[in-house]
Ligand binder design. Structure first.
Ligand code: ATP
Length: 469
């Protein structure tokens, strides 16, 4: 049996990842010393590295390396009218039910879907009204997943935007929202970007930063959290000059390539799913989700939507400011249309960890692409009690550390150190032995193949740089 099928047979894969993440400092439950806070997490010393490496990869691939892209970092707290114009005040709503017995609150659509999934069937609840959802729950006598009772409040809508107040008086005028997505900041800054740069359509604006949603449903680890790092692009184009279908396909290919090549995820665990008419927003001409096969099923990883000129039109109407684009050559004035790829970095990280987790030949290792791994290498003296070995190893460690994020370990035996590094995905382990002192070379052991080779100490920096390219 290959490692792949072995992995997917493990139905407790998620528990293994959650436990590894806590034990080794990737992800901790949020506010744990106070009993925790649902759907919130903290990224520990290794988690912050992995998350940042994924962010950097995204930023480099989609913003820095593309000549048709620019970046933006707008505010988390925007003018409240932004969210009225965008439709989030009215539209970013979920249907919720509460168990009258144990007060568990849950999303009605998830409650129904989970119930049908458990009975081996499926149901589409997209676009159903609160009354229709109520009827399904009652017809099927769906019980509370927490206490097992059947005693629900009626289904009601609630808004996912977090509200807060600016200033010390909480009056209606001071009410603001924490952004529910980063995308709106791009539309709000659109005119300033046009006026301050020389971008011409087609071009895109990328933004990466925290978004907030008052999620009440069970989060499935870092898949769905109250706050998350969102990475979004608005790709502006002239619908008369560019074929949106072609652009859409190009973006589809770009996202697939990023996930499989840059994040090293296996294509067989991915699929595209197109939204049906009921599910798709009324202004969108096409929406497709790139889905990953999580242990709890194929779920949305990355949303790709052709949003027409809806957002710019809305902001133009609500702000009274002309947001149209003027072609510098022809003088043609129009509102560009957009294609929007939107993803959560935390969700990408959950996928990367799940996909990289490997048990083979009695070993557990995270098969992370070297560029994503928190530590690029670990340096060991073969024996901790030989000062000459430790001193040489320490020199190598300190010199490499100036260029790469490298770990040090001199505890226990070599086997244990390999085990500890494999588990956190360190791609290379460098051991300094007695030969190193004489010949000026070290043993480099590869995480995935467990094979070893001798590399000159002088060439270590180039060796690692080549592996990280
Ligand atoms: P879902 O149906 O999973 O709630 P959505 O359709 O509401 O997602 P979008 O509004 O399209 O999500 O957001 C774009 C992307 O942002 C999603 O594909 C996902 O990767 C990420 N995302 C959205 N909500 C969360 C969250 N609460 N936690 C982590 N990532 C999220």
């Amino acid at each position: 049996m290959g490692t792949k099928s072995m992995k997917k047979d493990e139905n407790n894969l998620m528990e293994k990842i959650v436990s590894l993440c806590k034990r080794r400092g990737f992800v901790f439950p949020g506010s744990e010393i106070y009993g925790g806070l649902a759907n919130s997490y903290e990224y520990g010393p290794l988690g912050v590295e992995l998350k940042r490496n994924i962010q950097d990869e995204w930023w480099n691939v989609f913003v820095r390396r593309r000549i048709d892209m620019v970046g933006l970092d707008s505010s988390i707290i925007l003018h409240p009218k932004v969210w009225e114009a965008s439709g989030h005040v009215a539209g970013l709503v979920d249907a919720m039910v509460e168990c009258k017995s144990c007060h568990t609150r849950t999303r009605a659509d998830h409650l129904i879907e989970d119930h049908f999934e458990k009975t081996g069937s499926s149901i589409s609840v997209e676009g159903k009204s609160t009354e229709e959802l109520d009827a399904i729950i009652h017809e099927n006598k769906i019980k509370c997943p927490t206490c097992g009772k059947f005693d629900w409040t009626p289904v009601r809508k609630f808004n996912l935007l977090f509200e807060t107040n600016v200033g010390i008086v909480s009056e209606a005028q001071s009410k603001v929202y924490l952004r529910g997505e980063t995308a709106q900041g791009i539309f709000v800054a659109f005119k300033n970007i046009l006026d301050s740069t020389r971008v011409t359509v087609p071009f895109g604006v990328g933004q990466l930063g925290k978004s907030f949603r008052n999620e009440i449903t069970k989060g499935n680890f870092i898949f769905r959290t109250l706050e998350f790092e969102q990475a979004e692009i608005e790709y502006f184009f002239d619908p008369e000059a560019s074929d949106w279908k072609k652009l859409f396909e190009e973006w589809k290919m770009g996202l697939w390539k990023f996930v499989t090549e840059n994040l090293g995820v296996r294509g067989e665990n991915l699929r595209w799913r197109e939204h049906g008419d009921e599910e798709r927003s009324f202004y969108s001409k096409r929406t497709e989700d790139l889905e990953y096969q999580f242990p709890f099923g194929f779920k949305e990883l990355w949303g790709l939507a052709y949003r027409t000129d809806y957002d710019l039109k809305q902001h133009m109407q609500y702000s009274g400011i002309d947001l149209s684009y003027t072609d510098p050559v022809s003088g043609k004035k129009f509102l560009p249309h957009v294609i929007e790829p939107a993803v959560g970095i935390n969700r990408l990280m959950a996928m990367v960890l799940l996909d990289a987790y490997t048990e083979a030949d009695g070993r557990i290792f995270l098969k992370l692409p070297p560029r994503l791994a928190p530590y690029k290498a670990a340096v060991f003296p073969l024996l901790a009690n030989k000062p000459e070995l430790s001193a040489r190893a320490r020199e190598i460690y300190e010199s490499l550390r100036k260029k790469f994020f490298v770990a040090w370990d001199d505890r226990g035996n070599i086997g244990k150190r390999y085990y500890a590094q494999d588990e956190i995905g360190t791609p290379f382990c460098i051991t300094v032995d007695f030969d190193s002192l004489e010949k000026g070379d070290v043993t480099v052991r590869d995480r995935d193949t467990a094979t070893q080779e001798r590399v000159a100490i002088d060439g270590l920096e180039d060796y690692l740089a080549a592996k990280l390219r």
